[in-house]
Design a protein around this ligand. Structure first.
Ligand SMILES: C[S@@+](CC[C@H](N)C(=O)[O-])C[C@H]1O[C@@H](n2cnc3c(N)ncnc32)[C@H](O)[C@@H]1O
Length: 269
């Protein structure tokens, strides 16, 4: 349940939805973060716009195409505020394309402890002349000092769908993989949300399993997850499944509405 320390200054970030498990706000990410108390979050999860000219809800493509220095300044402001709201021992995640992730990782390293660069296979980019085909996104994982929570999830071993045998030869180690294998820092088993049938909205949406893993690694029942760019609400569904509480935000009212509907649908209302 949300407690007093998790309160949002409502004059800054107007509340779009609220229940006992969390709130969804409709404001600029920076304003939303400014309105939060210090040292409250167990997880801050950021999947910001990438400044690639994407159209989000009522905002135009041009809104996601700022001069590079302006974009960098905006994200660095969001990172600074995210670090402030993160509890000592809390976990910080940033999902981004490698060319920005490397710059923001260096910025974050001044105040947080780098833990992992998780490579997430996403084969939906375009080949650029002079470069290898880009096939992964970065999920940066940092903590504010030693992590309070760290669980290493196991994932199922891949089996042949015809004979049910292991695809890989584990030799004498087979008894160690029967309950699954340790999750590595290369996640190549997540499918992008592409099909209209499974999508909650036309623009970007992360696979729910990505957020489930984040919450599994760093979350716990009753802990607080903060997501200032909630989009279609993927993070709040994962938080709710683990009985975490959440403070979510998006500046786009359509995104807030989609997140709210998806959440209500998830809890059966
Ligand atoms: C990449 S999407 C997030 C997708 C989300 N992780 C999901 O799974 O649905 C980025 C979101 O940030 C929102 N956004 C863009 N600029 C923003 C800003 N300045 N403040 C708050 N939200 C913003 C967009 O409306 C969009 O919904």
């Amino acid at each position: 349940m949300l407690d007093q320390s998790m309160k949002v200054d409502l004059e800054v970030a107007s509340t779009f939805f609220r229940d006992d498990s969390g709130t969804i706000h409709c404001a600029d990410a920076l304003g939303f973060l400014n309105s939060l108390s210090t040292n409250v979050a167990d997880i801050v999860f950021l999947d910001p716009p990438f400044n690639l000219g994407k159209k989000y809800g009522e905002h135009s493509k041009a809104d996601d195409l700022a001069p590079e220095n302006e974009y960098e300044e905006f994200i660095q402001g969001v990172l600074t505020e995210s670090i402030r709201v993160l509890k000592p021992g809390g976990a910080f995640y940033l999902y981004h394309i490698p060319q920005w992730a490397i710059r923001f990782a260096s910025f974050l390293s001044k105040d947080l402890d780098f833990r992992q660069w998780i490579a997430i296979s996403m084969k939906n980019g375009f080949a650029r002349p002079g470069y290898l085909y880009p096939a992964h996104y970065a999920l940066l994982y940092f903590s504010k000092g030693d992590p309070n929570v760290f669980n290493r999830p196991k994932i199922p071993t891949t089996k042949c769908r015809h004979c049910d045998g292991y695809i890989k030869d584990y030799g004498g180690y087979v008894k160690y993989v029967e309950d699954g294998i340790n999750l590595s820092d290369v996640w190549d088993d997540l499918s992008p949300v592409r099909h209209a049938k499974t999508k909650n909205r036309p623009s970007n949406e992360l696979p729910i399993d990505l957020l489930r893993r984040v919450v599994q690694i760093s979350g716990y029942r009753g802990g607080l997850l903060i997501d200032p760019f909630v989009g279609s609400g993927t993070s709040i569904i994962a938080a709710k499944e683990t009985e975490m509480v959440f403070l979510a935000n998006d500046r786009d009212e359509t995104a807030c509405q989609i997140s709210k509907n998806r959440y209500l649908n998830h809890i059966g209302n």
